[in-house]
Design a protein around this ligand. Structure first.
Ligand code: BGC
Length: 879
C-alpha cells in the first residue's frame, strides 16, 4: 500500500471555519467547569487549550486573583495545560476569582494572555450557614407525597449591589423571588446519599430583588430524599421522611452594608396550595383551585445533621431540548395520543383548552399497543400520571416540577367535549444533568447512525443526577453494573468527569465494612446488596476508565482506598486462590440462555449461562490489575508491585481452573462471554490468546453469526474478536439485522437502547413486562467500539487524557465512510475516513500539545507519529 506520510509538505491542513485568536482559550476550572457560580474547591486545578498555531507548549504562566489574594505562578517550563494545580492561598467562601494564562509554544513564542475567566465560590463550610433547617410544623400523611411551601416576606432598604441565594434541601426545592423562578435548575439539590453529603446551589438573584417589600417562596417536594422508592414499595422515605429546607439570601448594598435572610423560625409554611402531590415514580397532581392558605409556623431542626454541605460539584439538571409531536391519534373518544417520535425523559408542558373543574389527565408510555392505546405495563408500579384541574374555563398552560417520566407517547384526556387535538397542545421537555456534549460519530450507514443516536439518547435519559439503569419504571436507580459497562461510551459522547466523580464519592461513602459495594448508589434498600461481579467492579473500572480519558489523577487518588477494599473483599472470598461462593446477577439478560427461572428465584432465567464463579475470578483478576495500574499512575510503587503480583496469581489460578492448553474452556459451560472476558481482560497466556479467539469465533459462527452475551459479555465481544484476528466477524455482528443484534431493535423502531434485544418485536410483540425497559443504556456500551475501531479514535492509557492517542480504524467493508470527533482536554481530535473507487482517504486532526499514532492494517505495519496542532491525510490505494 501506498501512503502519504505526515510531513508538513504533503499533509493537507483542514480548513478552519473561524480563525481563532492566537491565544490560549477554553479556560476551565476543576473538573472542566466553565465559569461556575458556586464553585466547591478551595484549591482547584486549571485547564486551558492552545490555539491551533501552537503545536506544543513549552511553558505557562498563570495569574489568579481573588480580592487581595493574587497568585502568579511565574513562568514554568512545562507542557502541562490540563489540571494545573493552584498553589496560592486557599480560596474562601463567596470569593470571586478571575484568572488568565500565558503560554510559550514549542518555539518559545509567547501567546497570551488569554481572555480573563471568572468563577465564584459557594459556601464551603458549615459555619458559613447562619440559617437553620426548617420544615412545616404541621405533620403530613406518610403514605402520600405532599408538597409544601415555605415563605418569608422582608424589606430591603438601600441600593442593591449584589445578592446571592444559597440553598439546599432534604427533598427537592424550587425558589421564586417576587414571583419569578430562581435559576433554571431542576430537582435541586439532586441525589446524594444525604446523610454524608448534600449539595448546595448558588444563584445570582440581584436582578430579582427590588427596594421595599420582597417575598421569597420555596416549593419543597419529597424528591429522592423522602419519595417512594424503590420498586413497588409503598412506604416512602428511602433517606428520611420529612423534607427540609436550608437557605440563605445574602444582600450586599452599595453603601457596604449587607443583609442576610436565612431560613429560621421567622418563616411560614403550608401544605395547602395547588400541588396536591408530586412523586418521582407516580407523577404530579395539580389543582389550580387550591390557592395557598393556612400558612402556619415552621419547625426548626435543632441539629442540622452531620452531612457535609458542599456547593454542587457538577452541572444540575436542566431543560436541554424541547420536542414537538410528530403524530397524533385518538384511539378512544376523548383520549388524545401524541407521539414525539423519540423516546425521551422529562415531562410535557401542556397548553390546552380546558373546562373549569374538569381534571385533565396526562399519561405517558414508551410504546403503544396495537390499538393505539398506551402500553404501560413495563412501568410496573410507577403510576407515571400527571393531572391538572383548572380553576376556570379557557386555555391552561402547565408543567410539573418534581416528577419525571420516560416516554415517547403522551395521552391527554379530560378536555372539553368536541375539541380536536392540535400539535401545539404538548411540548416534550427533555431534562437531564446538563453535561457538555463532547463527541460525535457518523458513518455512511443509516442504521449505524441510528444506533449512535440511540446510545446518546440512552445516556441523556439516564444521566439525571446519577447514572441510572432506566428512567421510567419503578426503579431509576444508580445500578453499578450498568454504569460500569457504559462509562467509556459516556465519556466519548459527553464531558462527564465531574458527574462520575460525584457519584463515585457516594459509592465510597456507601462501601460496606468488608469492602462490598451495594448494587445501587445511592444505596436505598438493604436488600440491594448482591455482591455481584461486574456490578461491584464499577468501583475499580470507572475511576480507571475516566482517568484514561481525562488525565485526571484525583479520581484515582480519591477512590484508591475504595478500590483496594473491593479487591480485598475478593481476596477474602478466595481462600483457595479463586473466589468461591460467588452470587450476583451473572451475565445478565443473555439471550437464548439455558438458565431457567426456579421456584425460589424468578430472576434465574435472567442470569445467563456464564457461571458466576468464572465471572468472579475474571473480575477479581481484572480489578486487581486495574488497581496495580492505578498504583503506578499515582507513583505508589510498592502497591503497584503487590497488586500486579496478586492479579498475576489470580490470573494463573483462573487459567488453571477454566482453560485447557488449546485455549478452550473447561470445567465450565462454553459461552461467548467467558471467552470474550478472558481475552478482553488479558487473562490468558500470550500463546493461548489466538486459540481462545478461534473458540470464540467458532461459538459466534455456531450461533449463525449472532451474539449470545448479556450485560457483562456484550461490551467486550467485538474487541475480543477484533484482538484475535476476527475483525470481519466482529463487524458482521455489528451490522447484523436479525435477533439478537444491535440493529434488531432499530428494525423494530427503537430510538433509544433497549434493555433486551427483543423488548418488542413486530413478530411477537412485547417482551417479559417484569423487566422490559425501552431506555436502558447497557447494550449501548458498543459505542466505545464505534469511536475506537470504526472511526478509529482510541485513547492511550500510557498517556491519559489524549496526551497521546491512537487512530486505528478498521475500514469495515459495510461502510463508505465513518467519522468521529471528540473534544479532548487539549482540543478537538478527529478521525474521518472515506472510501472511493480505488482508495481510502483517512484524515485525522491532532489537538495542539498532543500527538497521535496512526495504526491501521491498511498502512502495512507503518505507524506514523503525528504531532499536535495539525491535520493529516493518508491515502491508501485499495487492492
Ligand atoms: C436493572 C438493571 C440492573 C439489574 C441487576 C435491573 O432491575 O434494571 O439494569 O443491572 O436489575 O440485576
Amino acid at each position: 500500500m501506498n501512503i502519504t506520510p505526515p510531513s508538513p509538505s504533503n499533509s493537507s491542513p483542514s480548513p478552519r471555519a473561524t480563525p481563532a485568536p492566537d491565544i490560549p482559550h477554553s479556560l476551565t476550572v476543576g473538573d472542566f467547569l466553565v465559569e461556575p457560580l458556586g464553585f466547591h474547591d478551595p484549591r482547584p486545578a486549571f485547564s486551558w487549550k492552545l490555539p491551533p498555531s501552537a503545536s506544543t507548549q513549552s511553558a505557562y504562566r498563570l495569574r489568579v486573583a481573588a480580592g487581595s489574594k493574587v497568585w502568579d505562578s511565574g513562568w514554568r517550563e512545562s507542557d502541562r495545560s490540563v489540571f494545573v494545580p493552584y498553589e496560592g492561598e486557599p480560596l474562601a467562601s463567596r470569593e470571586r476569582v478571575t484568572w488568565s494564562v500565558c503560554v510559550r509554544d514549542g518555539n518559545g513564542r509567547e501567546l497570551g494572555p488569554s481572555r480573563e475567566a471568572g468563577f465564584e465560590l459557594g459556601l464551603l463550610a458549615v459555619s458559613d450557614w447562619q440559617s437553620d433547617w426548617i420544615r412545616p410544623a404541621a405533620g403530613t400523611d406518610p403514605t402520600t407525597e405532599p408538597v409544601s411551601w415555605l415563605r418569608r416576606d422582608f424589606d430591603i432598604a438601600g441600593k442593591i449591589q449584589r445578592a446571592r441565594l444559597y440553598a439546599t434541601a432534604r427533598g427537592a426545592f424550587e425558589f421564586t423571588l417576587n414571583g419569578q423562578r430562581v435559576g433554571n435548575d431542576y430537582f435541586t439539590p439532586g441525589w446524594t446519599n444525604y446523610h454524608q453529603r448534600i449539595d448546595t446551589l448558588t444563584y445570582d438573584v440581584t436582578e430579582l430583588l427590588r427596594p421595599g417589600s420582597n417575598t421569597l417562596v420555596a416549593t419543597l417536594g419529597t424528591g429522592w430524599y423522602a419519595g417512594r422508592l424503590p420498586f413497588g414499595i409503598k412506604q416512602r422515605g428511602p433517606h428520611g421522611l420529612n423534607p427540609e429546607l436550608l437557605a440563605q439570601l445574602e444582600i450586599f448594598h452599595y453603601d457596604g452594608s449587607s443583609q442576610v435572610i436565612g431560613t429560621d423560625e421567622h418563616w411560614q409554611a403550608t401544605f395547602r396550595g395547588p400541588i396536591l402531590s408530586s412523586s418521582i415514580y407516580d407523577g404530579e397532581h395539580y389543582d389550580a383551585r387550591r390557592q395557598h392558605a393556612d400558612w402556619g409556623p415552621v419547625a426548626v431542626t435543632p441539629n442540622g445533621g452531620n452531612a457535609r454541605l458542599t456547593p454542587k460539584p457538577f452541572p444540575a439538571v436542566r431543560v436541554t431540548e424541547c420536542l414537538r409531536p410528530v403524530r397524533m391519534g385518538t384511539p378512544a373518544p376523548g383520549r388524545f395520543v401524541f407521539d414525539f417520535g423519540q423516546n425521551m425523559v422529562g415531562w410535557v408542558r401542556i397548553k390546552v383548552p380546558a373546562e373549569k373543574n374538569r381534571t385533565i389527565t396526562i399519561r405517558f408510555a414508551e410504546m403503544l399497543n396495537a390499538d393505539g392505546t398506551l402500553y404501560t405495563e413495563n412501568y410496573r408500579a410507577a403510576l407515571s400520571t400527571d393531572s391538572h384541574t383548572p380553576a376556570r374555563t379557557g386555555t391552561v398552560e402547565w408543567e410539573p416540577k418534581f416528577t419525571f417520566h420516560g416516554f415517547q407517547f403522551v395521552e391527554l384526556s379530560g378536555l372539553p367535549e368536541g375539541v380536536e387535538p392540535e400539535p401545539d397542545w404538548v411540548t416534550g421537555v427533555v431534562l437531564h444533568s446538563d453535561l457538555r456534549r463532547t463527541g460525535d460519530f457518523q458513518s455512511s450507514h443509516e442504521k449505524l447512525n441510528q444506533l449512535q443516536s440511540n446510545i446518546v439518547w440512552g445516556w441523556r435519559g439516564n444521566s439525571l443526577e446519577i447514572p441510572t439503569d432506566c428512567p421510567q419504571r419503578d426503579e431509576r436507580l444508580g445500578w453499578t453494573g450498568d454504569a460500569q459497562v457504559f462509562a467509556p461510551t459516556a465519556m466519548f459522547n459527553f464531558d462527564c468527569l465531574a458527574f462520575w466523580k460525584s457519584w463515585l464519592e457516594g459509592m465510597r461513602g456507601e462501601q460496606l465494612a468488608d469492602g462490598v459495594i451495594p448494587d445501587v448508589i445511592p444505596s436505598v434498600n438493604e436488600e440491594l446488596i448482591n455482591r455481584s461481579p461486574g456490578w461491584m467492579d464499577a468501583a475499580t473500572f470507572i475511576p480507571w476508565d475516566v482517568h484514561v480519558r481525562t488525565g485526571d489523577l484525583t479520581i484515582l487518588e480519591d477512590n484508591f482506598e475504595m478500590m483496594e477494599r473491593l479487591v480485598g473483599w475478593y481476596r477474602s472470598q478466595s481462600p483457595e486462590g479463586l473466589p468461591s461462593n460467588i452470587g450476583g446477577f451473572g451475565d445478565w439478560l443473555q439471550p437464548h440462555a439455558q438458565a431457567r427461572e426456579t421456584p425460589g428465584d424468578w430472576l434465574g432465567a435472567f442470569r445467563g449461562d456464564t457461571p458466576r464463579p468464572f465471572l468472579g475470578a475474571a473480575f477479581y483478576a481484572r480489578s486487581a490489575r486495574i488497581l496495580a495500574q492505578a498504583s503506578l499512575a499515582l507513583g505508589r510503587q510498592t502497591e503497584a508491585r503487590r497488586y500486579a503480583k496478586e492479579s498475576e496469581t489470580v490470573r494463573a489460578a483462573f487459567v488453571r481452573e477454566f482453560f485447557d492448553e488449546q485455549g478452550g474452556l473447561r470445567n465450565t459451560l462454553e459461552t461467548q462471554t467467558a471467552y470474550a472476558l478472558a481475552i478482553a481482560f488479558d487473562l490468558l497466556p500470550e500463546e493461548w490468546v489466538m486459540k481462545a479467539g478461534a473458540h470464540l469465533a467458532r461459538l459466534v459462527e455456531e450461533a449463525d453469526g449472532h451474539l449470545r452475551t448479556g450485560f457483562l459479555g456484550t461490551p467486550h465481544l467485538l474487541s475480543a474478536l477484533d484482538a484475535t484476528g476476527h475483525a470481519d466477524l466482529a463487524c458482521g455482528l455489528l451490522f447484523r439485522e436479525t435477533y439478537p443484534s444491535w440493529f434488531y431493535p432499530i428494525n423494530q423502531g427503537a430510538t433509544t437502547m433497549w434493555e433486551r434485544w427483543n423488548s418488542y418485536s413486530h413478530e411477537s410483540g412485547f417482551g417479559d413486562r417484569r423487566m422490559n425497559s425501552f431506555n436502558h443504556y447497557a447494550y449501548g456500551a458498543v459505542g466505545q467500539w464505534l469511536y475506537e475501531r470504526i472511526a478509529g479514535l482510541t485513547p492511550d492509557p500510557a498517556h491519559p487524557g489524549y496526551k497521546h492517542f491512537r487512530v486505528r480504524p478498521l475500514f469495515p467493508k459495510q461502510l463508505q465512510y465513518a467519522a468521529a470527533r471528540l473534544e479532548t482536554p487539549y482540543g478537538p481530535a478527529a478521525s474521518r475516513w472515506q472510501r472511493s473507487n480505488d482508495e481510502i482517504a483517512l484524515t485525522i486532526e491532532v489537538p495542539p500539545n498532543t500527538s497521535a499514532t496512526v495504526d491501521t492494517p491498511a498502512l502495512d505495519g507503518l505507524k506514523p507519529l503525528c504531532p499536535g496542532g495539525h491535520a493529516f491525510t493518508f491515502k491508501t490505494p485499495l487492492a
